[in-house]
Design a protein around this ligand. Sequence first.
Ligand code: GLU
Length: 473
Amino acid sequence: MKIITRFAPSPTGYLHFGNMRTALYSWLIAKHYNGKFILRIEDTDIKRSSKKYIDYIKKDMKWLKLNWDEGPFFQTNRFRLYKKYLNYMINNNIAYKCYCSKKRLLKLKKYQIKNGIKPKYDNYCLKKKIKYSNKYYVIRFNNPKYGYTTFNDQVYGNIKIKNSELDDFVIVRNNGIPTYNFCVVIDDIEMKITHVVRGDDHINNTPKQINIIKSLNAIIPLYIHLPLILNIDGKKLSKRNDDNKILKYKKNGFLPEAILNFLLRLGWSYGNKEIFNINDMINLFNIKKINKSPSTLNIKKILSLNKYYMNNLPLSYISKYLRYFLKKNKIKMKNKTNLNIIINNFIKHFNNIKEMSLYFYYFYKNNFKYNYKLFKKFINYKLYKTLIILYNVINNIKKWNYKNINYSIKNISFKKKLKIKYIFILLRIFIMGLKECFSIVKIIYYIKKKIFLLRIKNGIKFILKNKFYFTKK
Ligand code: GLU
């Protein structure tokens, strides 16, 4: 039997860690068994669905390389198919038209609540078998009235529900649009889905869906409901919280390898193994190891995984990413041949590529704007004078190497009785436009003498232009 899985997001928001973990597990099952992975967009909630979110679903999945073998299929393009099934169901008394008014349903609900009865449709139109040609109607599923529906969830184990507790739920609304519980079943049947992976918020829908599948004599897939993911403060992930969006991490220069590894470990483990490349994931993934209890979104973990991958993936790959970010900041990388050496020297200081690109921005951009406040706060007369000396001393270095630059700076600090930390602040402000940065001496070495001198000159021009008046101490 060919294993077929699907990811079926509703395009009503950006994908967050919860959605993407579902996509990953579903993808992994398909890959592990050499099967097929389908992308299906569940867009029947027309008011809340949008093209923007569809685009982001595709983009985010491509970024993580969760490529789909078929699709994307859109439920709104499949109404003809649903209609075919509906006709069959109505003709065979598996579904029926319900003409009850909102007013009647509200009255019924009120009555049931008042009398301690669980609110539920009373099957009025099923019993009456009325037919009008000029009245709005919904279509309801004629759910079995007796017995039980059971299924063996691959995570939660056996689940058993009394059919009498299930409603004759609506499968087509009065605007003619079929509902989620109906479309999902028809699509799963038509696409021959073998494994349904989704969030456990759908557990309650499953018996309803199974009953529709049974009524159509189709094959029931395996169900894998994934436990909740909680925020660090123990609350349910919200679509509205930016921190949960995959897109945010993509924009902030996290590596897809780190995000995938993080998603995999959100509720799944393999001994003590922490690092999984894509082949490990495909080979080792096993439904039985999915954790039943909710997992917590630990942002620190994402950071540490990202750092791991930044330091362990090939430099050429990291450099490609960095170039992309630099390009966004209008830094052209032509003739910047030493980029790999520089990355290699500095990468350990950064958590993500965006952070690194900010550094490299200052590194490569010669005419960046100096920060007025920084100058105002840190530059004084003595430092200014020292800077002039530094300019000359560094200008006179014959052999441009780290040792000589370091020696010259230390020597000035010693002679001028000025703590080295002040000289470093001065250099950082003039060379990088930043109060803090790593290894300023290394940076000076890599930007080379010409750029070093140019930046000091630019800094001095900035001081004169802004008329900083120093009090001589
Ligand atoms: N469209 C549903 C959702 O986004 C998925 C349902 C399913 O996978 O069956 O929650």
